[in-house]
Design a protein around this ligand. Structure first.
Ligand SMILES: Cc1ncc(COP(=O)(O)O)c(C=O)c1O
Length: 508
């Protein structure tokens, strides 16, 4: 039976003693002091602090032990299966981390003269070309820092396009299917569009008849995820593209779920005009807990002029930064994007090559369908929508029957999985599935690990029907047991930093 390590570990701000240090090479201390004095002299007086910040002072080994202990109370993709649907938690090759941390990369600065950073500019330029090839788009901008950021930029580009056609005032509606990720309507709304929801049909795909009645002269575009969040390929994509384009709208591709189609089909060929790519998912960069990420967007030739500045360009001899783009939506993020993440993606694509990328799509789809076939008979778990159809990279089950029959919800199943040393699937999303369990096994886990997950799901279902208390009270074997989720996310009680904690305790 799995039992997670549990340490009574203070936060680092509560540790250490004044002037306790990590190792400092003799003679270097004076140099550090001097450098600090020099830096201070450069700062305007109003920006100088009178007191040193209250940073914890610890020895090297204390810092090391602290973080090793914390890591033992955590779960990660290097420990085992992480089937968090739509998040594509695949293995992150260590080679990529080595490259991103190399001094050749870590010591360069974005303010350097481009002539002195030709190497990194070449890498970024080539990466954007590869991504354009993979997505079937004309040009790619690497600037956005996340999928949602890419969506926002995409929506701004849609606005810029309609504005340049003098249609922005009429084209106020952005269509989003009801199976979409929550960031889609949020990004559209932030960019100033009215979001109109498109219902799904009984096969889990966009309801074409309903779409026909919704599309109008007010349509700025449609944001679509394909394969969608149910793991189902939108079979009517050509007809959908035709419908939107004929109405004068643009088609936006949410490329968070690109894993299943890598090297198989390109969003550009499906008719999409704007595509974002969740680099941190498909191209294997570590992104637990909400970051870091990169969400480049690719666009069709017609939209290229609206991409943010600077564009990394090549004149046949040198790489340079091109700001001369009068119709650009300007900047969406500082410098060139999240370079350390992009670099890992570059290494990942380079090490796999075109064939390797295609194999990813094949194995991830095979794994998702293997899990689907093995779980579809589990008591209390049902497969909603298109029962006879295979899935792409993920499969979504409903624990609605289990809730009705023994009071155990999807959330409880997920919590109980933690007790067996597995990560939970995405829970209660997509919203169109009652008690959703969204499972994405990716290509990086071997059959034995998938079987361990499948056997555990069968075991949990048995527990739910024979001894529901065990499932309802889970997890018990983890370092932190059941969290008060409302307290953890309520603005009055949520504490995100040590400073916030101090403020709260001082005022309470
Ligand atoms: C389908 C889909 N779209 C968009 C996003 C947003 O991506 P990010 O979390 O990088 O902002 C996600 C993230 O999980 C997703 O699954």
């Amino acid at each position: 039976m799995f039992k997670q390590a549990s340490w009574n570990e203070p936060v680092i701000f509560e540790m250490g003693y004044r002037r306790r240090r990590g190792y400092i090479v003799p003679g270097v201390e004076e140099e550090i002091q001097k450098a600090m004095r020099d830096a201070k002299a450069l700062l305007p007086e109003k920006l100088q602090r009178n007191e040193a910040p209250r940073l914890p002072e610890l020895s090297e080994v204390e810092v090391l032990r602290h973080f090793v202990r914390l890591s033992q109370m955590n779960y990660c993709v290097d420990l085992g299966l992480y089937p968090l649907g739509s998040c594509t938690m695949k293995y992150n090759p260590k080679l990529n981390d080595l490259l991103a941390a190399s001094t050749a990369i870590a010591n360069i600065h974005p303010y350097q003269d481009p002539r002195t950073v030709q190497g990194i500019l070449e890498i970024l330029y080539k990466l954007s070309q590869w991504l354009a090839e993979i997505t079937g788009t004309y040009e790619v901008s690497l600037q956005p820092a996340a999928g949602a950021h890419g969506e926002f930029l995409g929506a701004l580009i849609m606005r810029a396009y309609h504005k340049s056609n003098h249609q922005l005032e009429d084209r106020t509606e952005l269509l989003v299917p009801d199976s979409a990720h929550g960031t889609n309507p949020a990004s559209g709304n932030m960019a100033g569009f009215k979001v109109v929801v498109v219902p799904s049909d009984e096969s889990g795909c966009v309801n074409l008849e309903a779409l026909k009645t919704i599309v109008s002269k007010r349509t700025a575009g449609l944001m679509l995820t394909n394969p969608n969040t149910l793991g189902i390929f939108e079979k009517d994509i050509e007809e959908i593209a035709k419908l939107i384009h004929e109405a004068g709208g643009l088609l936006y591709y949410d490329g968070a779920n690109l894993n299943a189609i890598l090297g198989k089909v390109k969003p550009g060929d499906m008719g999409f005009d704007v595509v974002h790519i969740n680099i941190h998912k498909t191209f294997a960069t570590p992104h637990g807990g909400g970051g870091p990420g990169a969400g480049p967007i690719g666009v069709s030739e017609e939209l290229e002029k609206f991409l943010p500045v600077p564009r990394i360009a090549f004149d046949g001899k040198d790489y340079y930064l091109d700001y001369d783009r009068p119709q650009s939506v300007r900047k969406i993020r500082c410098f060139y994007g999240n370079v350390a993440v992009l670099l890992r993606a570059f290494a990942y694509i380079m090490s796999l090559g075109a064939e390797g990328l295609e194999e990813i799509a094949e194995i991830s789809v095979l794994n998702a369908n293997y899990v689907l076939q093995k779980l579809k008979e589990v008591p209390g778990i049902e497969l909603p929508y298109a029962k006879g159809r295979s899935r792409k990279h993920e499969c979504v089950f409903s624990a609605g029957k289990m809730r009705k029959e023994c009071g155990v919800q999807a959330l409880n199943v997920s919590k109980r999985l933690l007790d067996y040393g597995l990560h939970a699937p995405t829970t209660n999303f997509p919203l169109i599935v009652d008690e959703a369990l969204m499972i994405e096994p990716t290509e990086s886990f071997e059959k034995e690990e998938l079987d361990r997950f499948i056997e555990t799901m069968w075991k949990i279902s048995k527990e739910a029907y024979t001894n529901p208390k065990t499932v309802l009270e889970a997890p018990k074997n983890t370092a932190i047991t059941r969290l008060d989720e409302a307290k953890a996310s309520h603005p009055k009680t949520m504490t995100l930093s040590w400073r916030m904690h101090l403020k709260r305790t001082e005022t309470s």
